[in-house]
Ligand binder design. Sequence first.
Ligand code: PGA
Length: 249
Amino acid sequence: MRKKIIAGNWKMNMTPKEAVTFVDSIKNIIDTNDVDVVFCVPSIDIVPVGVALNGTKIALGAQNMYFEDSGAFTGEISPKMLKASDVKYVIIGHSERRAFFFEDNVIVNKKALKAISYGLIPIICVGESLKERENGVTLKLIDEQVREAFKDIPKDKASEVIIAYEPIWAIGTGKTATAKEADEVCGAIRKIIALLYDKETAEKIRIQYGGSVNAKNAAELFSMGNIDGGLVGGASLKMEFKDIVNYKK
Ligand code: PGA
C-alpha cells in the first residue's frame, strides 16, 4: 500500500515573516499520521520555515534548483544548499518553469539526476496543455515527458521519485480534471514506469495529481487507485490545506 503524499506548492508567495506565521498557525492541526506532508516554499523561506517545522513531521520542500553543485550561476540555488538546509523534496519541471523559464525535458532530467545524487527526492511534474488534450496527444506527450525525465535514473532510486501529473489547463483555473480523467493518466504513467523499469517499481512509485485541488474535491481524487496524493497550489496558502491533508475526516 503506497503512503499518500500531499505537498503544498506555495509558488512565489509568502514573505519569510508571513511564511512563519502561516506555518505556526497550521502545523499543529495537520494530522500527519498516515500521510506524508510537504511544504514547498520559496528559496528565501526555506531556512525560517525549516526552523518553524522543527519537531513536526511536515517535510520541507523547494520549488526549483539548478543542476550544478556550485559556481558562477547568478541567481540560482544548488542542491547542496538545499540539502544543507534540511530540504527533503524538490519540485522539478513544474509547468510554470517549463513555460516561463524554458525548461525542457533535458533540463528536467539533469535536475532530477542531480537532486537524486544529493539525496533529495524530486517531485517531477508532467502534464498537457488544453490544446494538447483537445488534439488527443496527452498520452504521447506524457510518455515523452516521463521517459526523458527518468533517463539514467537507476531502478533503486526511481521508485522513490514522486511524479506529479498536473494538466496545465487545471492549474490555478478552478477547473479540476475529473477523478476519472486524472486517474486514467496517472495509471498510464504507472504503465510507462513498468515498461521503463518493472512492475514492482511501478507499484511502488507515488503519483500525485495537481490542478485546482481543494478541500471539496480532495477526497474523491485521492481515493482513486492510481492517485497517491496531490500537489496543491492556491489552496496550500490557506487553512484549507489542513482539510485537504486530512481529507478522510
Ligand atoms: P493550483 O496549482 O492548485 O493552484 O491549481 C497546482 C500547482 O501548480 O502545483
